[in-house]
Design a protein around this ligand. Structure first.
Ligand SMILES: [Zn+2]
Ligand SMILES: [Zn+2]
Length: 416
């Protein structure tokens, strides 16, 4: 009898702990393939930190509690996560009332305690175009980034009601009213308030079809003013499943950081079949150390590379050192009595690389196109014609971009 009682108590305790354990992340399965773990090597003198700086939870229009975002990030091997709720679009405000707009961050930060994940405080400043949507991360207080002035008289009430009637999207009138009233506070003021908090700001999905029906990202005078003032520091070249070549050009021309994010609202597993090898878009940040200050410094210095689908996107200064760390030569040796050099080339990252041979040698078992799978190695048999002391190989990386039309070239060398 006693044993049964103890078992019953234990199961009650277990149930309670799983019910009450709102904050902490649940156990994470160890199988890296099942979890879709992303890994990239550090580059010379810097850590490569993997981030998703744009996600949502039930505290705006997402559909999960913030601890699920933390659990997903941990499973995917991310180092840095920001939950960036729409301050103005609050479709769940009746069901999830929260006066403090820092709530999602506080929940996520609590859930991440005890893990190595760094959670950044952030918000999505949500306006019609221009300026569209702008994320601010490293904020100090989300409550100061939005403002609602209630209508003071019948005339103002009528203007508000007309706007609600004209609004094409949104659900209940109360949600539309909240969005319209908060949108009446100028975007410039929200952007200025975020900058006063020392935040890093980037323009989200500038090609979003609802705000750019032709899908072309274009800087408008309001964006130019923000850039000139030093108020806008990055731009999403990648958002979810979309890529904007125009945003890539805008980033290069205006020295903005290249950002790629998931902007996930549901489950990462639903949007990306991680078990089949898919992954969310991430921004790699090259930081001096794992501190928030270093991450911030790296973002302000534009030290980022995006990994999107099978493509690496980054300015040459950032992408070349990364590629040099990703590709390494593990061993070299001549076959007995031949001038054929066998080289084991290793890929130290999750990113599959498509390489095009640009050196003077040809290969025995390969054409000039070589697939280097992620976290794997390949054997290359190189016809060097005579026995060499040093080997230098040059590859064009066909699935990496340093400008919208240009692939980087990487040189790998070793003593023989
Ligand atoms: Zn948005
Ligand atoms: Zn968003």
């Amino acid at each position: 009898m006693k044993k049964i009682q103890i078992l019953l108590w234990l199961s009650v305790l277990f149930l309670c702990s799983s019910v009450w354990a709102h904050g902490k992340v649940g156990s994470v399965a160890k199988d890296e393939n099942l979890n879709g773990v992303i890994n990239f090597p550090d580059v010379k003198g810097r850590l490569t930190l993997i981030s998703d700086l744009h996600t949502h939870s039930v505290f705006s229009d997402g559909h999960v509690w913030p601890n699920i975002r933390v659990a997903e990030a941990t499973r995917n091997g991310l180092d840095v996560l920001a939950i960036t709720e729409h301050l103005e679009y609050q479709p769940h405000i009746a069901q999830v009332p929260h006066k403090d707009r820092n709530s999602a961050f506080l929940e996520a930060n609590n859930a991440a305690k005890g893990s190595s994940l760094i959670v950044l405080a952030g918000s999505e400043i949500t306006r019609d175009m221009p300026p569209g949507h702008i994320n601010a991360v490293f904020i100090k207080d989300a409550n100061k980034l939005f403002n609602i002035d209630l209508p003071k008289n019948d005339k103002e009430k009528e203007i508000l009601n007309k706007k609600i009637r004209e609004m094409q999207w949104g659900a209940e009138p109360a949600i539309k009213e909240h969005y319209i009233l908060s949108n009446m506070w100028p975007a410039e003021k929200a952007v200025e308030a975020a900058n006063q908090q020392g935040a890093f700001l980037f323009w989200n999905h500038p090609d979003y079809y609802r705000q750019a029906p032709d899908g072309i990202a274009r800087l408008q005078p309001m964006h130019r003013k923000m850039i000139d003032k030093g108020y806008l520091h990055g731009i999403e070249v990648v958002n979810g499943s979309t890529y904007s070549e125009e945003a890539f050009r805008i980033a290069i021309e205006n020295n903005l950081a290249l950002i790629g994010t998931s902007d996930v609202h549901d489950l990462i597993e639903w949007d990306y079949l991680t078990r089949a090898g898919e992954h969310r878009p991430v921004t790699l940040i090259f930081a001096k150390d794992r501190s928030k200050e270093s991450i911030k410094e790296a973002l302000f210095q534009r030290r980022t590379v995006i990994w999107f689908k099978e493509i690496l996107i980054g300015k040459e200064d950032n992408l070349l050192p990364l590629l040099k760390s990703i590709i390494s030569i593990e061993s070299v040796g001549y076959g007995k009595g031949t001038q054929i050099l066998t080289v084991i080339i290793k890929n130290n990252s999750s990113a599959k690389l498509q390489l095009k041979n640009q050196s003077r040698f040809t290969f025995l078992d390969n054409t000039n196109l070589i697939d280097l799978p992620g976290n794997d190695k390949i054997k290359l048999k190189i016809k060097t014609l005579k026995e060499l002391d040093n080997l230098q190989l040059e590859f064009e990386v066909l699935n990496a971009l340093i400008t919208p039309g240009k692939n980087p070239r990487v040189i790998v060398s070793t003593k023989i």
